[in-house]
Write a protein that binds this ligand. Structure first.
Ligand code: PLP
Length: 291
């Protein structure tokens, strides 16, 4: 029932944001398992204050023609027509993303209506399961895109892990399961599936603020199946070397000697902005768009 086959193939990999075909080629050469084709990376969207929409299919198509790895592209939350357009373009995956300006503040896209697999962001277990129930084939933490601050991504994966342990421990009776499912607006069957598996029934990647090889390895050690790296790579002084290092760190996330090697002499990393500084300046946290 859950359309997860294709997304399983990305397991253990790094998905990189790219805004040009040249960047996509660098990402592929560095070992990315897929690229996310975007007009602007989240760090720049964050600054713009403008409405952020699906990218021009022309640039996505250009990227698709230059690389052999899967190409993903983003649509606004709830914007089923942007999704129809990207499905017609034959992108490999669609990210229904809070990084763009939501088109519908109440409903997400009915993803079961599509053949193309979707990835969606989540901050907690209930949100992940609502997206899966709508047909998402893959989940990622929302983190805080465009900051280079990994702490929100850490918070989200820790919350999901903790809530999975809690439901396994506490939902022992059928009625407990039904109550939880009702509260979370998901079918009880899906809750049972998570209790049985001890994890989400789809792959779960880290995203939002991952900027270094150590960040990527941290998210893997916390149990993520792979990572998305957005603003981090092409905001650094040596993107090619950093991209390669993040791929290596994601593969060898349990090997400190390897992590030492790939973390050394990477040049200037993304300067970024801390979550605290966004809150102080009363800026919007992208992960708090919606509820
Ligand atoms: N994220 C965004 C950007 C939203 O607009 C919404 C709701 O409209 C949500 C998340 C939350 O959806 P849900 O309450 O189903 O988790």
């Amino acid at each position: 029932k859950v359309k997860t086959g294709l997304a399983q193939m990305l397991k253990g990999g790094v998905i990189m944001d790219v805004v040009t075909a040249e960047q996509a080629v660098i990402a592929e050469r560095a070992g990315a398992c897929a690229v996310m084709a975007l007009e602007r990376i989240p760090a720049d969207m964050r600054k713009s204050g403008q409405v952020c929409r699906m990218s021009d299919p022309k640039m996505i198509k250009d990227i698709m023609s230059k690389v052999s790895i899967p190409v993903m592209a983003k649509v606004r939350i709830g914007h089923s027509v942007e999704a129809q357009i990207l499905e017609a373009l034959e992108v490999d995956y669609i990210d229904e993303s809070e990084v763009l300006t939501p088109a519908d503040w109440t409903h997400h896209i009915k993803k079961h209506d599509f053949k193309v697999p979707f990835v969606c962001g989540a901050k907690d277990l209930g949100e992940a399961l609502r997206r899966i129930n709508e047909g998402a084939a893959m989940i990622r933490t929302k983190g805080e895109a465009g900051t280079g601050d990994v702490s929100e991504a850490v918070k989200h994966i820790e919350k999901i892990n903790k809530e999975i342990s809690e439901i396994k421990e506490k939902l022992t009776e059928e009625l407990d399961i039904e109550n939880y499912a009702y509260e979370q607006r998901i079918p009880a069957e899906l809750v049972k599936q998570v209790i049985e598996l001890g994890k989400l029934p789809v792959v779960n990647f880290a995203a939002g603020g991952i900027a270094t090889p150590a960040d990527a390895a941290l998210m893997m050690q916390l149990g993520c199946d792979g990572v998305f790296v957005g603003s981090g790579i092409f905001k650094a002084s040596n993107p090619e070397k950093l991209a390669r290092a993040i791929v290596q760190a994601t593969t060898h996330y349990q090997d400190p000697k390897k992590l030492l090697e790939v973390s050394t002499d990477l040049g200037d990393l993304m300067a970024g902005m801390t979550i605290e500084s966004i809150d102080k300046s009363k800026g919007t946290r992208l992960s708090q768009i919606g509820w």
